[in-house]
Structures are given as C-alpha cells and as structure tokens.
Design a protein around this ligand. Sequence first.
Ligand code: HAM
Length: 423
Amino acid sequence: MSKKYEAFPGMEDLLPGQIETWHYVEDMAQVFFESRGFKEIRTPVVEPTELFVRSIGESSDIVHKEMYTFQDRGGRSLTMRPEMTASVGRSVIEHGLLKTTKSLRLYYLAPMFRAERPQAGRKRQFHQIGVEMVNETGEQADIEILTTLYYYLRAVGVTAFELRLNDLGNSSDRAQLIQTLTDYFRSHLSELCDDCKRRYEQNVLRVLDCKIQSCQPVINKIPWEALSPLSQEFKNVTAKLDHLAIPYKINRRLVRGLDYYNGLVFEVGSGLLGAQDALAGGGRYDGLYEQLGGQPTPCTGFSIGVERLLGVLEKEQNPLSVRVKCKRLYAALLDDNEQVKKSFFELTFAIREKCIHVELLPGEMSLSKHLKRANQMGIRFLIMLGAQELQSGKVILKDLNEKTQREIPMEECPDYVERMLKG
Ligand code: HAM
C-alpha cells in the first residue's frame, strides 16, 4: 500500500469553503490600509539567518528555539521568516527606498514560520496582516499606528478586545530598565522559579512574562514609578486616546518578545481567544535600521495574527460567516430560451466586471434547486432572470436572510448590486 502524506503538524491547508473568510479580512485590510496611505510590500519567505538574529535578538524565544533554519547547497544559513519587520527593514535599506521619499507607509499580508509546539491559536505556519510606518516619529505617528489598528479591527467586526500599552523609553532608558530590573530581581532570586532564574541570566525582561503563581508577588511589587516612570510623550499619547474615546489599559509588564522595541509598545488581547490571547502586537523600533546597516530611522508598526483574528470573528455576536455571506451573489437562470440565456450571461459578466463574486449553475432551471444551492453555499443575495423578467426588463433580487425581494431594472442591476454588496 502506498504511503499517505499529511501536512506537517502546525501547518494547515486552507480549503475552498474556508478561504472566503480569509478574503474578507484581506480585502478589508487592502482597502482600509490603502485609504490611509499604506502601500503593499512582498518580500521573500526565506532570508539570511543573521538578519533575524541581529534584529529580533539572540536571547529571544524566537531566535533561541523557534526559527526554521537550514543550510542551502552553498552552505549558507537561511531562515524562513518568523516575522516581517526585519525583512521590510532589509528591503527598504537594500533598495534605498528612503532616498526618494522622506517616509514610507507599508503593509503586508504574508505567512510566517515559528517552530512552536502546535496548540489552539499557536501554529508553525501562521499569517500576519501588518503595517510599518518607516521614518515617522513623534506622538502623531504613535497615534496614527494605534488608530489604524483599532479602527481596522472595528471595521472587520471585532468588538471584544483590549488594547494594552507600555512605555519602554528610549534605547538608553531601555538599557537602564534592564539594569534596574537586574538589580531588583537579584535581591529576590530565591523567590523566583527555575525558568525565571534562567531568564534572569539570559534576558531579565522575560521574567515579566512569567505566569507561575509563586513568582507573581515579586513581579507585582516592582516599584515602576521609581524604577522607570512613564515618559511625557507616552502620557500625551494616552491623553489623545482618551480624547478619541479609544479604551486602553497600561500594562507595565508588557515588554514584547522581540528585542528591537523602544518607546511605546502595545498588544491587543481578546478574551474570546483562550490561553493564546494576543490578537496583535507592535510598537516603536527606532534603532532597528541602524542595526541593519541603514541610517537612523524611527519606525513603528504592528502585526495581526490572521488565524487568531478569524477565531475571534467567528465567536463575535455577528459571526464572520454572516458578514461573508453578504459579499457574494448567486445568479439563477430560469429559462432555457436562447434570448434569456444571452441576456443572463451579459448581465452576470457585467456584474463580474465590477469584481463581484457571482455564483451560477447554468444547466439548472428550477428556482427551488437554485435557492437550495445558494443556501448551501451560504450566499445571502440572489438575482433571477427568466422569460417573464426579460420581457418586463426587470430582474428579481432576493434577500435570502430577510426573505424579501424587489425588482430592479436590468440596466441598473450591476451598479445597484455593486452599491449593495460593497457599500
Ligand atoms: P508578534 O507579537 O511576535 O509581533 O506577532 C504578532 C501576532 O502574530 C501575535 O499577536 C499573534 O496574533 C500572531 N502570532 C504570533 N505567533 C503565532 C503563532 N505561532 N501562531 C499563530 N499566530 C501567531 C511581530 O511579529 C512583530 N513583527 C510585530 C510588529 C510589526 N512590530 C512592529 N511592527
């Protein structure tokens, strides 16, 4: 018997029937980010290993134990990207993109690879939708990045989420913070778990991520205001968020798992996700481009985990499947007459030219079978055309959710449907 092959654990196929929800969040990202001046960038899946070691940091979990790294036939060490920020930086520097413009706004939709132990919400191949604002500094840029994330999540339909913020200070503040925490934990080492003792040696900031109960009293007693007060710039950003009525929580333990951050860092968590509750994360990274051999370039950005986003949207009150249903159209041909068929195909092609997804089943003439099929496919709107409709010059549009229908003049139908589905 021949061997049956299966996808590698933690790497999943996306099948017809599942992909529609992906198109929904990706299409929304494209429209939403482009309307805010972001342009798409695509970079290779594989990069020189050194790029990630230098940027994400040797002691980070990602570099330490999660990278898919291999040698190619020429003996070069290559890594399948675990994230995009470093790749985008490499690309901007390599192509001198900042020579012709002062700043850049970039976005991406791409697969990432991390060799983690697969579990709910934690994959080895996962996808991110992300944006990077390159060479933009100050509170205005921080607000822009936070509002882009917040309003995108709202636009796709996430209502239940928490925006968490922290201030890591500038790069010398960060070095100072590491020193101060090292001093603080040194006097409490005996109260920490073995993992934390290791983290203390390798990267003291990681102690703040510890979930072990016995470590919490020490971590919770860190005198933050004395050790690392919030900057005025950070307070100005939170004041602006208050003004915009965007809710947030300050979490002084939020240090993020990648070493390139400074200043404002943030994460979005959702109670609908379970243990892996981070839906998105990001922050400012002003030193990365210099580290990669470029000029000093202040940047900020974020990435959203698409699998987690879809997980949240399915659990929302108005689940994603309901919203996706509204994006497609089913067209039912009701007569085998040549004249009706000609008009039917002219009409459906005119609608498809508007980039609307039209499902049809040309050989079937029975309305009840068309309705059944549209329902099975999860499509909400159906147009139908038979000899009677052709004679009156009006197409019937049915809303299968609301169980209503209306007549639309045939020549107005493509524009009408476009306004209805895209509006
Ligand atoms: P990150 O926090 O490592 O940040 O990842 C961002 C998001 O990717 C997470 O919040 C999560 O939703 C998703 N994610 C991460 N690992 C997995 C996994 N194993 N399985 C499923 N989803 C996962 C970054 O990657 C930074 N590059 C973000 C950034 C952009 N900072 C500045 N610009």
